[in-house]
Design a protein around this ligand. Structure first.
Ligand SMILES: [Zn+2]
Length: 284
């Protein structure tokens, strides 16, 4: 019996090995192909670096029938659009080699998954979603910034993500579009998309850079960079962050978020972070 079993085991191991090596062949071929595909050449024939930082997707949160959070006199959807437009204009002026793509430029409702589609269609290198934070109280005692990246998270520790994700409840068929979101929170807390596993480090890196500028240069309070299950970042095929630019239901923050000075400080901080982020790639 013992001999028989070990013989079967040997055959099994040998056949697994053959199957595995057969399977690994096309994978290797694909990897080599990919490498060649990325090796671009310039007009004069010299090789360009594999990574070129060309396109930034700017995503103003909410819009249309989805107003987002609100303060005493302003709505999140209007603040995010104003900041996003200023960011686009300033980027076009200060970094003219970068293409900018907005997911919306008017007060319209864009479904969260559609925002990712727009980003992918334009082959973005970085996805920046602009939002405002809000606390459950009528007037928030909290103020300051928070940067969200998509990552490992636990139910009960992701208040902001749940609030931002609530946009999908006014979409049609949201359960089928977002893998049954809201039905099984255990599944939603663990699954990381392939994209976001791949880009997790880069997201945190860019998030840290933005956070540093807000804190050190603008003197803003900050809740730091957090990983949460933010749907709009979940499927984006590029590094992606969601910036909560301030608490819209805190009187001081609301005034700042609606002011020309506040908006341009936020925009300039994001641009300085983008420049540092791009430099860190060019040094690689
Ligand atoms: Zn929001």
């Amino acid at each position: 019996m013992v001999i028989k079993y070990s013989a079967i085991r040997k055959i099994f191991i040998l056949s697994s090995f053959i199957i595995l090596s057969a399977l690994s062949q096309p994978v290797l071929a694909q990897q080599v192909k990919k490498k060649h595909h990325h090796k671009k050449t310039s007009e004069d024939g010299t090789a360009l670096p594999a990574f070129s930082f060309k396109t930034i997707i700017i995503d103003p949160g909410h819009g249309g029938k989805d107003p987002g959070a609100h303060g005493a006199y302003s709505k999140e959807k209007n603040v995010t659009l104003a900041i996003a437009k200023k960011l686009r204009n300033a980027l076009n002026e200060q970094m003219p080699s970068i293409n900018t793509v907005m997911t919306r430029t008017t007060d319209e409702f864009i479904e969260l998954h559609r925002r990712d589609d727009i980003a992918s269609e334009h082959k973005g290198n970085l996805f920046i979603s602009i939002h405002c934070n809000s606390s459950p109280e009528k007037v928030s005692p909290d103020r300051g910034v928070l940067i969200l990246v998509y990552g490992y998270h636990r139910a009960g520790e992701q208040f902001e993500a749940l609030r931002e994700n609530a946009s999908i409840f006014i979409e049609k068929d949201y359960k089928s579009k977002y893998n049954g979101y809201g039905e099984n929170s255990a599944v939603n807390t663990i699954v990381l998309s392939n994209f976001q596993q791949k880009y997790r480090k880069e997201c945190i890196h860019f998030g840290d850079l933005v956070n540093h500028e807000f804190k050190k240069v603008d003197g803003r309070r900050s809740l730091g960079v957090r990983e949460q299950g933010v749907l709009v970042l979940q499927q984006s095929a590029m590094p992606a962050v969601l910036i909560e630019t301030g608490y819209i239901n805190n009187p001081k923050d609301e005034a700042y978020l609606n002011s020309v000075e506040g908006q341009s400080e936020i925009v300039q901080s994001i641009i300085r972070a983008i420049k540092k982020y791009r430099e860190s790639f060019e040094q690689k």
